[in-house]
Design a protein around this ligand. Sequence first.
Ligand code: F6P
Length: 364
Amino acid sequence: MVKTNIKRLGILTGGGDAPGLNAVIRAVSRASRHFGVKLYGFRDGYSGLIKKDYIRLESPHISGLLPKGGTILGSNNRDNPFNFPVEQDNKTVYMDMSGKAVENLSELGIDCLIVIGGDGTLAIARELTQKGARIISVPKTIDNDLPGTDQTFGFDTAVNTATDALDKLHTTAESHHRVMVLELMGRYAGWIALYSGVAGGADVILIPEIPWTKENVAKKILSRKKEGKAFSIIVVAEGVKTPEGNAVIRQTIKGSGDPIRLGGIGDYVANVVEETTGFESRTTVLGHLQRGGSPSPFDRILATCYGEAAAQLALSGEYGMMVSLKNGTITAVRFEEIPRGCRNVPKNHQLITAAKNIGISFGD
Ligand code: F6P
């Protein structure tokens, strides 16, 4: 048994959910039990930490969790301890409750908190660490856009879901001689669109990293027509801008750290295709289906390894770190060494080159 002074660990899941969250919780819980440490789960992200809303996670909570989507702890992508909604005189006011969050950890005797989340959750973890909290983070997001790791868990499952959708769209596109546009999530990065577009045999893949023109997309559809292929499949990432450089926004969420919700570029592209090629076009927005369901075997393994590694770091007293996948190996990176911002697809990514060389158009 590893020698540790740690007696109690806390865990929470923050931000949008992703397949594999429960697998991480399970791994941390099993490792904690293995090393004789108690584990407390805070409900609904940082909100549970501020409201002291938690449960002691024990064996019955964990049973059967590995294949389960979502998170048994609940999550939210709004409640930030540094700008936390509080009800006062029948009004919601936003207050800095970060001190309370740190205080609660010490009052509950939590030696280290493991937070599972994306950029928003990580940014809060960094700030709480500066206030004295002992935190380890686990990189999650279907978008795969988190710096400091080669891959987040949740991404592989989202790619599987999107690929399955593309397989289905192919048959209906071919039957009706249509152009089918699939709009995918990913925020300002094109990882899901690129990977599923290649896996699902798309003819055109539009990603935020590569500016596109209407003419180039039309050229690809019409050249397929000339070859006798009277249908085409276009994958478009939600973060793709119009050729004029405008982001297409579905809604703005008050109180969210990142209030912009992208959406609508799929319809824009379908209209462009109808106008420029005369092909009847339809849009499918895959939406939150990409976040749901059972994690793929790859994500179950990645989530399990991340959870175990996070527990090991906590038990050895190494805080202020994010577990990470680098060149196929599980490792950890200090919070201050993680670059800020979005991890975009590099323009010279091998998969883009390969896709172009097999005739997939990126509209550029
Ligand atoms: O970050 C994950 C993600 O699913 C993005 O791909 C998407 O833009 C966003 O969250 C949607 O957020 P919400 O669940 O608040 O609509």
